[in-house]
Design a protein around this ligand. Structure first.
Ligand SMILES: Cc1ncc(COP(=O)(O)O)c(C=O)c1O
Length: 384
């Protein structure tokens, strides 16, 4: 039997993972700034998450949300501390794409409209609905027709927002485009977007599957002084366990009926235990504050790379950081891995770091040195 993977093979067999590190089968340690596409933000196998999962496994492992069980109540109490403003309802799913999918369904149900607006360079997932609002043609075209109509506007372009009108069910947006190249939204853009969606009765769906918890606030939207109508989350919130969530205010919940959606695994007791424990870690270990200070430290340390001729820009928020280079980042990322630092690609020119919150100054020095080596290797080999 062969495992089908649609990702390029990274040529690394991982035998163990703990905190911000993974080890290969020969015992070599790597600093992990990939963390399973951004999942292990609290560190690999955080002891409180592992303990909560073990405990839950000894009680109830699987149970439909048609039944009640204590761990879901504990999770809801923990979520009260991290929920987006005004959003007292949460629906749990298993992946980011599923959360976006539900966000789109809700927008159609609530507004009675069909059209969606998304942005160039967006990434929202690979199920039919979430793929419809994902920009990259290479991902979309073989599977069209997908959901229609979808209009893609230039990101961070306030003028372009005129396209939002009373036929638009929802605008879906990442506050920092992740996969598209670590591109933060501007304040003006997010505020204009909130204004135009409100004016037209259009739902604003913030996709925080990647940005959630890692930008120096609990949710990235808090940097912009706006509040969305629907918020999708995933990756970090389960501390390594596969789980995603859609957060909603009461006025939207009231417009949804039994049977509008469903899921076999969504909200299962193990996921609930993982989310509850992860929220506890967020609260007890000053994760947000540390993310802000370590993110600033990482940015300061990376700044010296700006002098290199191939480096166009270094940008990001908190511990979600990208180095935009004028070359294909693939060889630099490969070289960095040989140096013991695992990063990932974003867009076609960006070396992306999704660092776990517990990285320290030594880790940052190691990451910056590896990035410098990777970039100079790429410059020497590939510059015209
Ligand atoms: C912003 C955003 N939305 C949705 C997704 C899809 O998440 P998943 O791969 O868990 O389906 C991703 C994944 O990278 C993402 O970054």
């Amino acid at each position: 039997m062969k495992l089908l993977s649609f990702y390029q093979d990274r040529s690394l067999r991982v035998a163990k993972a703990q905190g911000q590190y993974v080890w290969d089968e020969n015992g070599r340690r790597y600093l992990d700034l990939h963390i399973g596409n951004g999942v292990a933000f609290l560190g690999h196998r955080h002891p409180k998450v592992v303990e909560a999962l073990k405990e839950q496994m000894n009680q109830v492992m699987t149970l439909s949300t048609a039944f009640q069980t204590q761990i879901r109540e504990s999770m809801l109490r923990e979520l009260d501390n991290v929920k987006p403003e005004g959003m007292d309802n949460v629906f749990l799913l298993n992946s980011g794409a599923e959360a976006v999918e539900l966000g789109l369904k809700i927008a159609r149900k609530v507004t009675g409209r069909r059209k969606f607006i998304a942005f160039r360079n967006s990434f929202h997932g690979r199920t039919a609905g979430s793929l419809s609002v994902t920009w990259n043609r290479k991902y979309r075209e073989p599977f069209e027709p997908l959901l229609e109509p979808v209009e893609f506007l230039p990101f961070n372009d306030v003028e372009a927002l005129k396209a939002v009108d009373q036929t638009t069910a929802a605008v879906v947006v990442e506050p920092i485009q992740g996969e598209g190249g670590v591109i933060p939204a501007t304040h003006d853009f997010m505020r204009a977007l909130r204004e135009v969606t409100e004016k037209n009765g259009t739902l604003l769906i913030l996709d925080e599957v990647q940005t959630g918890w890692r930008t120096g606030k609990v949710w990235a939207y808090q940097h912009f002084g706006i509040v969305p109508d629907v918020l999708t989350a995933g990756k970090a919130i389960g501390g390594g366990f596969p789980v995603s969530a859609v957060f909603l205010p009461d006025w939207i919940r009231e417009k949804l009926d039994e049977g509008d959606h469903g899921t076999t695994y969504g909200g299962n007791p193990l996921a609930a235990a993982a989310v509850a424990a992860s929220c506890r870690v967020l609260r007890e270990e000053n994760v947000v504050e540390r993310t802000e200070s370590m993110g600033a430290e990482f940015m300061r340390s990376l700044a010296k790379l700006k002098e290199r001729k191939s480096v166009r820009e270094i940008r990001g928020m908190g511990l979600m950081i990208g180095i935009d280079i004028r070359l294909n980042p693939g060889p630099a990322i490969k070289q960095m891995q040989d140096e013991g630092v695992i990063a990932l690609k974003a867009g076609s020119t960006v070396i992306r770091f999704l660092a776990p919150y517990l990285i320290d100054k030594d880790d940052i020095n190691v990451a910056v040195a590896a990035a410098e080596k990777g970039i100079s290797f790429t410059e020497a080999k590939f510059s015209p």
